[in-house]
Design a protein around this ligand. Sequence first.
Ligand code: TSX
Ligand code: MN
Length: 618
Amino acid sequence: MKLYILLYTIQSTVGCIQINVAQLLVPEGKEKRKMTKNQAVLSWLDEMIQLTTPDEVIWIDGSEEQRQKLYDEACAEGELYKLNQEKLPGCYLHRTAENDVARVEDRTFICTRTKEDAGPTNNWEDPQVMYKKLEGLFRGSMKGRTMYVIPYMMGPYGSPFSKIGIELTDSRYVVLNMMIMTRTGKKVMEELGDSADFVRCLHAKKDIDPENRYIVHFPEDNTIWTINSGYGGNVLLGKKCFALRIASNMGHKEGWMAEHMLILGLENPQGEIKYIAAAFPSACGKTNLAMLIPPEALKGYKVWTVGDDIAWLRIGKDGRLWAVNPESGFFGVAPGTSTKTNPNALATTMKNTIFTNVLLNTEDDTVWWEGLDGEPPKKGIDWKGRPWTPECGEKGAHPNSRFTAPAAQCPCISSEFEAAGGVPISAIVFGGRRAKTAPLVYEAFDWQHGVFVGATMASETTAAAAGAVGVVRRDPMAMIPFCGYNMADYFAHWLEMGKKIPNPPKIFHVNWFRLDENGKFMWPGFGDNLRVLNWILDRCEGKAKAQETAIGYLPEAADINVEGLAIDKTTLEQLLSVDKTVWKEEVESQKEFFKKFGDKLPAGIAEELAKLESRLNG
Ligand code: TSX
Ligand code: MN
């Protein structure tokens, strides 16, 4: 590294002599398609090449020709499997290593100068210590391999919301996924110009060694380094790493918000569209809600998808909160996706999609997963690459298997998906999976109370997750794994934003998962959730009634449109009831959770907790 710095200094002092360090390090003519003269990019790239020593460097230009070449090479190398091109044109299958099938929270770090800046909910290490450790792992990691340089944009082209990243990776799978999930190529470098304002992302597959797997964020220098994984959430660095962990830091500094939220537009029969942003913990069906199909009885309504996972929100000139989806694709969980649960997601994946860790149907070279419609295939190859039959007693697809599909292919994609200014948000919805505590829906009294409602979000574990069933997991704003700074400061930022937004969205909480005495779901969910969204939007317009309760404003049974729905009044009343005994226990659990933030817990949150407790006792 020292020698390199010396060389670089010589280069800059002699200025007029055009030597490119990268060309000294990479055999001449091998650094193909250099797309920029941006010195900040080139010097960083030189440094990363020096560290990882790839044999070849290829810039991703975003062309169709280069994309197809990469698919062909990936198939030739066994990295991808080409599926039935008549039934699934442009679709491919990838299998990750068995030990590399999900995000790894215990190996995810936020490296800030002080531990306090990362906060009690993140793993922390000193940046200098971590850089040193990771440099050891990255050194020579791309020897004999090709480094791909992926310039990418999060957010629409030409949008004030948008931010640029460059990911260096030795994985074609990462390149091809990034080409779906983000806007990539030459056009991004043109937008960057000679600016140094881009997120520096480095990924090496190395040995996929779980013991040395690291997903590391350096928010103070807009850098993300990840090694020893090939799984999407750990290596598609535009998504959770940039668009949530790094971007939440940027938003905190710059006065905007990066949230783990879907964005949907709800069109009424009069053709008016109102937008909702919603955060849910995992396994609540966020993608399904984002692509909801109205029930028969509510013909004339239509849901338009703006995003299924991430929202970047800014205050507009009109004083409202506006949102864009920074992504350009869906990286969705495959199992459970069917024509019943989400026909729009299924339709989106019928072409130009990468499937990861699903079952290969060897009868016709298509894909299958648990929960897909119809009979399972008679034989196939499972996610571990082994022969599979329906009788073998094992899952064909991994429970966290995925599709990576272009958002533009979604049948209900919003016309505003690429809108540079985003969409105006009328309502923010928080949700959770609660058996008894939370009613079907309630509205927060005001912004501060709404922030408290988000901060107390929780889900009860299901049999699908590891560990005990029915355990309460607190996940404020669904951001526990994704907030890139101290979560107490994050709550404070939410409270601050409320003071700055002249016309803020109203805040709500929903629970599709309330159980009756027999452990049966009381609410039909899915398309019928539209009935709840309609009450929410009517409240925003002052058109719907509500009752004041200890926890917030609740609809009465008569306030929810149940036309064409086989639900009796008692069930609906039960869904909309608040059990004060259960809620007093809930308050104790919230207190316990907030203890971890100590003195840093904002006064506004503590105040709302005290107010809730006194309302419950009053
Ligand atoms: O995605 C779901 N949503 C949101 C849909 C827009 N799921 C799937 C589980 C999460 C991945 C749901 N499951 C929802 C829901 O609203 N509700 C339920 C619970 C449920 C499951 C099955 C039925 C009803 C409710 N079946 C029948 O009533 C026949
Ligand atoms: Mn998510």
